[in-house]
Design a protein around this ligand. Structure first.
Ligand SMILES: [Zn+2]
Length: 303
């Protein structure tokens, strides 16, 4: 017993020394490792004092996927749409050529895809609603004006539904004259005009930036939950008060998920690549990035 105590004390002392060395030498691999372990301990402690609602839905006892209905649903992720002639960053995955976007939508239409709403996706994940085998959810992040100018007419032509995750502070009070060479954001007027095709949800009011340092890594500002609480209130004041959310940069933390759930968010999308299945964790759903180079048939596993 004495021997055990001695070893425990020695290892505790070693851990303290390791931590002290790490703190004194920030930026080294060792310090990052020590910091990460410390963060894990803090996250566990947070979970013990703040029991989180389980975001993994319990599927109904009689749940099964019927023939002809979707075993998994792809949630497509787009950002900025621009004609190829204006795309000066062809390797930027957040900028999609209009021509490729149009081709992708045409493919979905010709293949008879059903474009589900986020409410339908939520019901699907909970095992409460079956979706057609060929179902897809179309999402856009950030709220660019080009989503209205370029994507909206195409989506409308095909009778598609889609979602835009808006950054509240970037919504324009007045509609600006669209210039394809300049980055611009949707106005309130355009949001209203596009609401027959798009549903609008939160991508935070003003936390779409880095600024939270943890273990030598610069994370999204929403990691500071005090910021997040105030930000959620602002977004709700703006009238964007739905239970659906997309994490800026796809970055999430235990504390962030807790704060969102406490503020009645029920479903949140990441940028983690993959399909969505019934029973998946609602606050951590996968998406699929679509770029100009994406082969839609391959992405949707139709080949
Ligand atoms: Zn974003």
């Amino acid at each position: 017993m004495k021997r055990f105590k001695k070893y425990a004390l020695i290892s505790l002392a070693c851990m303290i020394i390791l931590y002290a060395v790490a703190v004194a030498n920030p930026g080294t691999v060792l310090s990052r490792k020590a910091c990460s372990s410390w963060s894990l301990v803090k996250d566990q402690a947070f979970l013990m004092t703040h029991p989180r609602q389980n975001d993994k839905p319990k599927l109904p006892a009689d749940f099964s996927i019927q023939p002809g209905s979707a075993e998994q649903v792809p949630v497509l992720m787009y950002h900025y749409i621009t004609p190829q002639a204006y795309n000066d960053q062809p390797n930027n995955n957040s900028i999609m050529n209009l021509e490729a976007f149009e081709e992708g939508m045409k493919y979905l239409y010709e293949q008879g895809y059903y474009t589900a709403t986020l409410e339908e996706l939520e019901q699907y994940v909970m095992g409460k609603k079956a979706l057609p085998a060929k179902s897809v959810v179309i999402t856009f992040d950030d709220g660019y004006q080009n989503n209205y100018v370029y994507a909206y007419p195409i989506l409308k032509k095909y009778g598609f539904n889609a979602t835009i995750f808006l950054i509240g502070s970037r919504i324009q009070p007045e509609t600006s004259v669209f210039d394809p060479a300049k980055k611009s954001y949707l106005s309130f007027e355009e949001i209203k005009a596009a609401s027959d095709v798009f549903e609008f949800h939160s991508h935070t009011y003003d936390l779409h930036q880095k600024g939270f340092m943890k273990c030598g890594v610069n994370y999204a500002s929403g990691f500071d939950t005090e910021n997040l609480e105030a930000d959620i209130a602002k977004m709700k004041e703006l009238g964007i008060d739905s239970p659906y959310f997309a994490y800026p940069f796809g970055e999430k933390s235990t504390q962030m998920v807790y704060a969102l759930q406490e503020n009645s968010y029920r479903m949140a999308l990441t940028v983690h690549q993959g399909f969505v299945k019934p029973g998946d964790p609602l606050m951590r759903l996968n998406r699929l990035t679509v770029t100009s180079a994406t082969n839609m048939a391959e992405l949707l596993q139709n080949e």
